[in-house]
Design a binder for this molecule. Structure first.
Ligand code: CA
Length: 230
């Protein structure tokens, strides 16, 4: 799996030992892991590149986990990123819930790594369904991310790996407008330099395959913004 395909997780935890255990396990599970040791750093990182899931500790110096959560959930740009809050005591979890910070899930320390992985995966099923092998459907197009098979109506389609990743991104969020830069980050990976015109070339190829047995072009060009499915 290339880095661009790996689901990304941001760990926000000030205790190095706990952060390392989490990073180790999530990396072993195939996640692209980034780490922040405090709330300020976490907010900066999320602003730079949105992870698919955030594991956020409640007890952090200065800006608390709750405050980080509240800020991310009140910003339209970051609201959709699932957040799993970690806390040392069950009573804290009750308080987080009561505070309505908008966290998507809560885990009490000490937690089992197996349980936390299951929680992360469950959040991914919503935010990045293709990354956990879900079958995606849009109109008459079906994409099976486990077998990498795509069909439109009755016809199996042969997509190149880049076109497959483009279509997965589109089908995870039909209607979402992706800028060329966002598609580059998602499909090619953050660290690879590719000209934005390359995106147009691969969109062209994707369209050609999607329409080779007829049917409308489902990929919409949004002038001045990028591309969207439907
Ligand atoms: Ca902590």
């Amino acid at each position: 799996m290339s880095r661009a395909e790996q689901p990304s997780v941001l760990i926000v935890e000030d205790e190095p030992a706990q952060r390392e255990v989490l990073a180790y396990n999530l990396t072993a599970e195939g996640f692209d892991v980034s780490q922040a040791e405090n709330g300020e750093e976490a907010l900066l990182l999320v602003n730079e590149a949105q992870p698919d899931v955030i594991v956020l500790d409640w007890m952090l110096p200065n800006v608390s986990g709750i405050e980080v959560c509240r800020r991310l959930k009140s910003n339209a740009k970051t609201r959709g990123v699932p957040i799993i809050m970690l806390s040392a005591r069950a009573e804290e979890v009750d308080r987080v819930r009561g505070l309505e910070t908008g966290a998507d899930d809560y885990v009490v320390k000490p937690y089992s790594v197996v349980e936390l992985m299951a929680r992360v995966r469950s959040q991914l099923r919503r935010s990045r369904p293709a990354s956990v092998g879900e079958r995606l459907e849009y109109a008459d197009i079906v994409l099976d991310s486990e077998t990498h098979k795509v069909t439109r109506g009755e016809h199996p389609l042969k997509l190149g790996p880049t076109e497959f990743r483009l279509l997965s991104a589109f089908m995870e969020k039909p209607g979402r407008v992706w800028s060329r830069e966002q598609l580059l980050d998602r499909v090619w990976g953050r660290d690879i330099y590719v000209d934005t015109r390359t995106v147009d070339v691969h969109i062209g190829r994707l369209r050609k395959v999607l329409c080779e047995h007829g049917g409308d072009d489902p990929v919409r060009t949004v002038r001045g913004a990028g591309y969207a499915l439907g």
